[in-house]
Design a protein around this ligand. Sequence first.
Ligand SMILES: [Zn+2]
Length: 218
Amino acid sequence: MAGATFLPIHPSYIYMAEPYETLLKKAYANVTEPSESVERFTVPEAKAYIEGKTTVLENFAEIADVVRREQDHLMKFLLGELGTAGKIDGNRAIFNGKFEPSLINNLIKNYVDDYVICSECGKPDTRLVKDDRVLLLRCDACGGHRPVRKRKARSEQASQEIQEGAVMDVEIQSVSKRGDGVVRMGRYIMYVANSKPGQQIKIRVARISGSIIFTERA
Ligand SMILES: [Zn+2]
């Protein structure tokens, strides 16, 4: 009776009898065959540099193309977040003022999070659609849809210089690894303890360290 316990394993041994070379060839064929569903969505790193009193985003058109959004929409977002004026110049975007390339890169990531990636399934196969007056992000992959986050309040605050002791109303946007609520404002990132995304909170700026703002409830 003991021999019977070996039986379930047996068929797999037969399968393995296929020559190793054949298996290898098959494996290779699978790897090299282009497959759209496996293709990864990678937003190009922002190629930005400061030129005189302006900041040039050299691969602006390429980024808009990859995220499949209208150049005007992406440009409007960047101008709002930077709190400045600028123009599209061929494949480039030019912003008035000097901005760190890393800031531009972060803003593009924010744009992708808010206007491109589906929060339900994480895929970028989405479209912006207007439903009445509300802008929705509709996902072709899973059928999900959600309102696009409002950016206005943040943009207005971004153009202001933030000082310690300032009191302001903020909306929590995300949660940090440590569990604190996070608000991004232009070049600043603000942490609010014991808060959840979507919450509206009145805070006081307790301390500013570089671009990091520590807060307390006001
Ligand atoms: Zn989806």
